[in-house]
Structures are given as structure tokens and as C-alpha cells.
Design a protein around this ligand. Structure first.
Ligand code: ATP
Ligand code: MG
Length: 569
């Protein structure tokens, strides 16, 4: 473990973040009878991304830490955009991250009747009215943050009875989408734009994935969210900073609704933004729908399922979230910090294997024809209990094409005529030359081995600068390897608002190598198995690997540029 990590972890133990401090304060004051009850409220209109993981970790994490409960609630208030596919994927991803809502699975649609009844109560109290203006007209009257809005001509047009009748007819389907809305009657002069008679119901004539055709009116998120928290007895409603300005509105609704002292406390934190990627569900959906990536779980996507397919572990995602922490300021996190977390995790757990991704043949001319020696390879030098596995060594091997140069520059310590190198875990060999085709391309490399230098023998300590990985040509297994780079070329996509984000995609984000050779130990590898390919990085078996064919995704390379950069500072 690096010094940096140790320091970070011990810091975290010492001080509470502001969310913990606020919860502890409530507990100290005896609020809510000592209960801590949180919720994670995704809208099922897309797959979860790493930003949601940050919300999940704090919502479920706080409940865990304070002996409380965390609900999963699908905020399914817009049937036109939502789907059960998303519901299922969200549940799978939360479980994968290591959290559980037990028997507390809820849907905002469970409260549609209660919310509808509450809206009618507001009408009865003359705190809501039906407005037949167009969306444009309504937005024109909203004013600006420094200029009061105008009162709607519908503000007092209808009596309570007429408003109730209109709202019911809206729900029966008598009006078309967009002809009218229900608005709360609050204050068109409020300095908070959200308090200027917000729309609380709109007509949507699209079947809902749970309630079918029952409703033609659907509550706006702002009208549903705070009340749903209230109905569920949520004590701490943790959300992202953009909802801070909505809080007075949520409180206003609860004031009209509540019959006790209890009210959920909303606490806002900074949302996660990562370099070289997008985090908006709308944009991620666009990438999927337009075929710019290979689905939601494309290993280049910042989605949880994408990270999973890429080879990330739940522990590495949680440790990343833990490192970045929770603040009150929006910013952007370097994606290399995420890569650092998975490296740190896999370094401890991944079995070391040998794979050659751009193979060229190496012939050991003085090695006996037909002989096979089994070389014992440690599974993980970081873990003394990890054992070892055997790897066959033969006269003909494969090594990486880039590990050979006929006329190398200075300080090339790999394979070149006249120079000795070590074949990892086997012998020291001396290169004697190479064979070429008619175009001058190297087809074979020749070397001689020194039998006295077998790994473990005294002579093997001889000083040689380069160590190369290899696989036996007779025993190697064919594999496809997929190398990934950043999906976008721009570091901070929020700063490129004038450009179409699709024009900022990295054309070289995926490189497929079809002709790779891996050691036979990998023949039985199963989808999601993770390995360190010596000198190349961490890889995991892709789910496309079927019928004995092997496909590996590179999770991350071995080089840790992030911690080196940090160490310099
Ligand atoms: P939408 O634009 O569709 O509302 P959303 O990303 O906010 O997108 P939700 O399903 O509403 O999607 O998100 C569920 C929860 O996850 C919310 O509480 C939200 O605050 C939180 N969340 C969403 N994105 C991030 C992020 N980048 N970082 C931290 N939390 C996030
Ligand atoms: Mg949202």
C-alpha cells in the first residue's frame, strides 16, 4: 500500500464529513426518536453511473453506519421515459456494489393516489389551480431571478369546485397533453424561482410501466419527491447540490401536508464529475441509441455495468468514492484516481499470468526439440498464500514484437542481437539474430539459452538488465484482447458547452487485437475472471467469451501515472 493511501485513510477516520456531523447532531438532539432512515431515489430512465455510486454509498452507508435503514425508491413519475429494463439493471447494480434495501423497495407510483388526493386538498385550500396557458406563456411570466414574475390569468379564474372538476377531467383524459397543468399557488414575487407557482401536475398519455393506463396526470418530480420522503418516514434525505434551491418548495409542501413535528431533513452534497467522460443520463442514452458505444455496458462507459464489464471490483469503486469524499462545492475528479483504486485492489488479488498480445516467434536454437519443462510461476508475489501454477517452456516461444529490435537505440535492454535477456521465470538467453520475409518484416527471432541459468539456480542471479514475458508456441491458447482508452478527448466536457459532445469522442478509444497468445493456464478462464498480464496491465474475461473462445478486456494498464504526479507535488 502506498504512503498516500495510508495517510488518506487515517485522515478519514479522524474527522466527520458534514453529512455525518449533521446526522450525529440530530441524534444528539434526540430527533426522530433516534432513527436514521435514508433512501436512494433513482429515476428508472437509464442505467446507473459512477456518480450514482457516490449517492448510493452515502445513502446506504449512512444507514449502515448509524444502525438505520435505507429504502430503494424508484422515482417513476414520467412514464414516457421509464422502463422496467432500467428498474432491473438498477437493482442489479446496487446489489453488485454491496448494498441491500431488504424489504424496502418502493415506487413513487405507489403514492400516486395519495399525491393526487393531496393535490386536491391544495385546490380546496385555494393553494392550487388549473392553468390553460401554454408552457411558453407560463415560462414567459416566470420573470427572472431579479425580476418578479406575473400572476397567471388563471390564478383566480375558476372557483374551487371548477378547479376540482377540471383537475379530475384532466385525469380522466378529457384534455390533450400540453393543454393544461395544475400549479401550486405560492408567490410569483418570490426571489426563489422555484416558488413562483410551480407546475405540480401535467398530462401524460403514455402507459406507465406499473400503473398502466390508470392515470392521465402525473406529479412533477418536485411535487412527488419530498412527499414520498415524508410518507416513508425518511429522516435524512441526502441529495446533490442542485436541489438546494428546491428545498424551500419541498418544505412548503410538507408544511401543507404534515400533522406532526416530523419532517425529513434534506442534506445536499457535490455531484461527481469525472474527466474525459459524460455523466448525464440523457447523453449516455444518446451514445447507446446512436450506436456510438456498444450498449450501456460498453467497458468505456462510466456506467456501473460498464465498469463491471471492464473489470472493476465493487471494492475498488467504493474505495474511490471514499477517497473523493463529500463536499459543498462542485468540481471535477481526475479519472486516473478511479484507475488508481482498481490498480490498488487488483494488485492485491489478481493472479499473474503471461500473455503476448502482439506475438512474434522466438526460437531457442540450442534447446532440445520436443522437450517441455514446467516452470513454476508465483500466482501473486503480493500474497504469499496465493500459491503458484506451472507454465510450459519449449523450444519455440512467443514474445512481444516490440520487445525485439535489430538496430536498437541506446539503453534498449530487451531482445537484440548479441545481448542477454532473462525470460521471466525460465532461463537467460542470448539473441543471435532474426529471420525476415521478402518485405523485410521480422518473422522469427533466434537465441541460445544457458542451461545453468534456470530460474532458482545459483547462476540465475547473473546480472541481466531486461526481463521479458513469453508463452510456449506449442501450448499457447488463442485470445482476443480489447484495449480501451478514454471515451472523450476533452478533459472537462462541461467546459465545452458550445460543442456537440459527440464531436469530442476519442476515435481511438477501442483497439481490438485478434491474434493474441496466452498461457494454457487461462484456457478455463470464465467471464469476469480477473488477471494481471505480466508487464501489460490488469485484464478481465469478457462476457462475449463463449464456446472456448477467450476475450479479455484491459481494465487498466500497470503504470500509475496519477500517484507519480501526486508524489511530485
Ligand atoms: P436526471 O437528469 O435524469 O434527474 P440524475 O442523474 O439526477 O438524472 P436520478 O435517477 O434522479 O438521475 O439520480 C438518483 C440519485 O442519484 C439522485 O439523488 C441524484 O442526486 C444522485 N446523482 C445523480 N447523479 C449524480 C452524480 N453525478 N454524483 C452524485 N450523485 C448523483
Ligand atoms: Mg434526478
Amino acid at each position: 500500500m502506498s504512503e498516500l493511501t495510508v495517510k488518506e485513510e487515517s485522515n478519514e477516520k479522524k474527522s466527520l464529513n458534514f453529512i455525518e456531523a449533521s446526522i450525529e447532531n440530530d441524534l444528539k438532539e434526540g430527533k426522530n426518536g433516534g432513527r436514521v432512515h435514508t433512501r436512494f431515489p433513482p429515476e428508472p430512465n437509464g442505467y446507473l453511473h459512477i456518480g450514482h455510486a457516490k449517492a448510493i454509498c452515502i445513502d446506504f452507508g449512512m444507514a449502515e453506519q448509524y444502525g438505520g435503514k435505507c429504502n430503494l425508491r424508484f422515482d417513476d413519475t414520467n412514464p414516457a421515459k421509464e422502463d422496467v429494463e432500467y428498474v432491473d439493471s438498477i437493482m442489479e447494480d446496487i446489489h453488485w456494489l454491496g448494498f441491500d434495501w431488504e424489504d424496502r423497495l418502493y415506487y413513487t407510483s405507489d403514492y400516486f393516489q395519495q399525491l393526487y388526493d393531496f393535490a386536491k386538498d391544495l385546490i380546496r385550500k385555494r393553494l392550487a389551480y388549473v392553468d390553460f396557458q401554454t408552457a411558453e406563456e407560463i415560462s414567459k411570466q416566470k420573470g427572472t431571478p431579479t425580476q418578479a414574475g406575473e400572476v397567471s390569468p388563471y390564478y383566480e379564474k375558476y372557483s374551487v369546485e371548477e378547479n376540482l372538476d377540471l383537475f379530475e377531467r384532466m385525469n380522466k383524459g378529457e384534455f390533450e397533453e400540453g393543454t393544461c397543468v395544475l400549479r401550486a399557488r405560492i408567490d410569483m414575487t418570490s426571489p426563489n424561482m422555484h416558488m413562483r407557482d410551480p407546475i405540480i401536475y401535467r398530462i401524460i398519455k403514455h402507459p406507465h410501466h406499473r400503473t398502466g393506463d390508470k392515470w392521465n396526470v402525473y406529479p412533477m418530480y418536485d411535487f412527488a419527491h419530498g412527499q414520498s420522503d415524508y410518507f416513508e418516514g425518511i429522516t435524512h434525505s441526502i441529495c446533490t447540490l442542485e436541489f438546494e434551491v428546491h428545498r424551500p418548495l419541498y418544505d412548503w409542501f410538507i408544511d401543507q401536508l404534515k400533522d406532526s413535528d416530523y419532517r425529513p431533513r434534506q442534506i445536499e452534497f457535490n455531484r461527481l464529475n469525472l474527466t474525459y467522460t459524460v455523466m448525464s443520463k440523457r447523453k449516455l442514452l444518446q451514445l447507446v441509441q446512436e450506436g456510438l458505444v456498444n450498449g450501456w455496458d460498453d467497458p468505456r462507459m462510466p456506467t456501473i455495468c460498464g465498469l463491471r464489464r471492464r473489470g472493476y471490483t465493487p471494492a475498488s469503486v467504493r474505495s474511490f468514492i471514499n477517497k473523493i469524499g463529500y463536499t459543498k462545492f462542485d468540481g471535477i475528479i481526475d479519472v486516473s484516481l478511479l484507475e488508481h483504486s482498481i490498480r490498488e485492489d487488483l494488485n492485491k488479488t489478481a493472479t499473474r499470468v503471461s500473455a503476448v498480445i502482439d506475438p512474434v516467434k522466438l526460437v531457442i536454437t540450442n534447446y532440445p526439440e520436443g522437450q517441455t519443462e514446467m516452470m513454476s510461476m508465483p500466482n501473486n508475489p503480493e500474497d504469499e498464500n496465493s500459491g503458484s501454477h506451472d507454465m510450459p517452456f519449449t523450444k519455440e516461444l512467443y514474445i512481444e514484437r516490440e520487445d525485439f529490435m535489430e538496430n536498437p537505440p541506446k539503453k534498449f535492454f530487451r531482445m537484440t542481437p548479441g545481448q542477454e535477456v532473462r525470460l521471466k521465470g525460465a532461463y537467460i538467453v542470448k539473441c543471435t539474430g532474426c529471420g525476415k520475409d521478402e518485405n523485410g518484416n521480422v518473422t522469427e527471432i533466434y537465441c541460445e539459452y544457458d542451461p545453468m541459468t534456470k530460474s532458482g539456480m545459483p547462476e540465475s542471479n547473473r546480472k541481466v538488465k531486461g526481463t521479458l514475458h513469453w508463452v510456449s508456441a506449442d501450448h499457447a491458447v488463442d485470445a482476443e484482447v480489447r484495449l480501451y482508452d478514454r471515451l472523450f478527448i476533452a478533459e472537462d466536457l462541461n467546459e465545452e458547452k458550445d460543442k456537440d459532445f459527440r464531436d469530442l469522442m476519442n476515435p481511438d478509444s477501442l483497439k481490438v487485437l485478434k491474434n493474441c497468445k496466452v498461457e494454457p493456464f487461462l484456457a478455463d478462464a470464465k467471464p469476469m475472471d480477473r488477471f494481471q498480464f505480466t508487464r501489460l496491465g490488469y485484464f478481465c474475461v469478457d462476457k462475449d467469451a463463449k464456446d472456448g473462445a477467450l476475450i479479455f478486456n484491459r481494465t487498466v494498464s500497470l503504470k500509475d501515472s496519477w500517484s507519480k504526479e501526486k508524489a511530485k507535488n
